[in-house]
Design a protein around this ligand. Structure first.
Ligand SMILES: [Zn+2]
Length: 216
């Protein structure tokens, strides 16, 4: 089983404590096969060009040791500028966050329309699908799948939906039946907090459920 970790922050994020190299070397030390750097769009801001180039440099530097992907985490509370969609073109993927926030999140219908501007692979970071389903009364999973979204299982321990999901066989069955592709991310902001055991358990669970794991 390939190990992927598509959610890592570096010093390009206001809350990231490690450099790109430190995140990548930590991933190599933990035998991760695919590591994604996914800094906050609102922190990277006008530094996007430097950010993409930095990750490109790392892709070359570590090419024989690990696969590196360049992502961006885009907050949806409130809606960002449309230009972000054009700026995202050189990226390998993006993760949208905060759609399930109780206050200030973009309306889901508006989000869906807006997200069509993005042509790169896109996923929902640490989003409680079941909160969205209750709020809108829609089959959110089906809509996401039809619109080529993947869904993230975020192992950081900062989001309740993770504990809920790993302990709830009914919810696991719903995700499994939907066949939505899943990305797995540690959401590391500081490598001291990184926990390989949680990342491995998440891979085991998602493989058992039969959902495709993104970029594996
Ligand atoms: Zn994050």
């Amino acid at each position: 089983m390939l190990l992927t970790d598509l959610h890592n922050h570096t010093t390009f994020s206001y809350d990231g404590k490690n450099t790109c190299e430190e995140i990548i070397e930590n991933a190599i030390a933990n035998s991760i096969d695919v590591v994604g750097i996914c800094d906050h769009q609102f922190s990277v801001g006008s530094d996007l060009y430097r950010y993409v180039n930095k990750i490109k440099e790392c892709k070359e530097k570590y090419s024989d040791r690990i696969k590196i992907l360049c992502g961006l985490e885009i907050g949806c509370r409130p809606k960002p500028n449309d230009l972000v969609a054009i700026e995202s073109l050189p990226l390998d993927y993006c993760l949208f966050e905060c759609l399930d926030a109780s206050i200030g999140a973009m309306d889901f219908y508006e989000f869906l329309e807006w997200s069509r501007l993005f042509t790169i692979p896109k996923g929902l970071a640490h989003t409680d699908i079941f909160v969205l389903e209750n709020k809108y009364g829609l089959d959110i999973l089906k809509i996401l799948k039809e619109n080529n979204f993947f869904w993230e299982l975020n192992t950081s321990g900062n989001y309740n939906y993770y504990y809920d999901f790993i302990t709830n066989p009914e919810k696991q069955k719903i995700i499994s039946d939907s066949k939505i592709p899943v990305s797995i991310g540690s959401d590391t902001h500081f490598i001291k907090d990184f926990k390989i055991s949680k990342l491995k358990s998440a891979h085991t669970l998602i493989s058992k459920l039969g959902n495709p794991i993104i970029f594996s």
